[in-house]
Design a protein around this ligand. Structure first.
Ligand code: ADP
Length: 263
């Protein structure tokens, strides 16, 4: 708290002339204060965004409660509409809270990394979560026996985030491909869709927390704007990178590159 007040005051140490060591020390101290400043700014922004995002579905639920209270007892149509909307909004809140918790945990908890059969992990996510409901999803070019050093739950979550997005932003008659290949010491996991695509100017921003290309549409699809920032966090904490290629109205391709595990 006290430090935050210092940083608010833009307190900096005057750099003394002449004494080299003192000069260096003051410079270092000021650098630390600069970093604290930007960290506080980021946290403040994050809290403001999170509160806003939580308040929006809550306001919608309260609005529908008011409607139900006034008209719901007499009008079955309003009753059904409001119940459906409230169920959707509360699911959204649940997802958001889950993702916020994941984000805060991912910065404090050390991952349980072990030698992980990535091929099996990818197949099991698709078999368990996607194949029963979604026939447009294809596994093509899945190489056998690729291993990484990783936390299974976290890696699964990354794949689920990418697949959920591909499903959300691709029409029913579109296609989603998943491939896993080894290239030298690297494992390349790709999720490709033939969906709506992402505008060029947004490509660099979609990994930022709460960033959504089209807020209205993202809300309609239940988006929170946190998924890709979580995916990036997790992948980078596995010494990997995540990339995107996309063309409007053609589709998107997300690639995760992870170092393969040695023997
Ligand atoms: P959200 O919960 O809104 O999907 P994400 O962080 O997962 O949040 O994604 C950020 C934004 O990137 C989304 O709102 C969407 O606009 C865009 N996006 C992500 N994946 C895709 C995709 N496969 N196709 C088109 N747009 C996408």
């Amino acid at each position: 708290k006290q430090i935050q007040q210092f940083s608010d005051l833009k307190l900096r140490v005057p750099i003394p002339k002449g004494a080299k060591e003192l000069e260096d020390l003051a410079g270092t101290f000021n650098n630390v204060l600069d970093r604290l400043d930007s960290q506080y700014e980021k946290e403040r922004e994050f809290t403001a965004n999170a509160s806003h995002e939580l308040r929006t579905p809550l306001a919608a639920i309260r609005g529908h409660l008011g409607l139900l209270n006034r008209w719901g007892k007499m009008d079955k149509k309003i009753l059904n509409q409001s119940l459906k909307a409230m169920s959707g909004e509360s699911k959204r809140m649940e997802r958001l809270i889950h993702q916020l918790l994941t984000l805060s945990r991912s910065s404090t908890i050390t991952f349980q990394k072990s030698k992980l059969h990535l091929t099996k992990t990818v197949k099991s996510v698709i078999d368990n979560y996607y194949l029963p409901i979604d026939r447009k999803l294809l596994m093509e070019g899945i190489e056998n026996d690729i291993f990484i050093l990783g936390d299974e739950d976290q890696i699964k979550q990354v794949l689920i985030i990418l697949l959920d997005n591909a499903v959300k932003y691709t029409d029913k008659d579109g296609k989603i491909h998943v491939s896993l290949q080894k290239q030298g010491d690297l494992a390349l996991l790709k999720v490709t869709d033939t969906g709506i695509g992402i505008p060029k100017e947004d490509l660099a921003k979609i990994f930022q927390r709460f960033y959504r290309v089209d807020k209205a549409r993202a809300r309609a699809t239940g988006g929170t704007g946190l998924g890709l920032s979580i995916a990036k966090d997790v992948v980078e904490r596995h010494n990997g990178t995540i990339k995107v290629n996309s063309e409007m109205n053609k589709g998107s391709e997300f690639t995760i590159i992870l170092p393969v595990a040695g023997d």
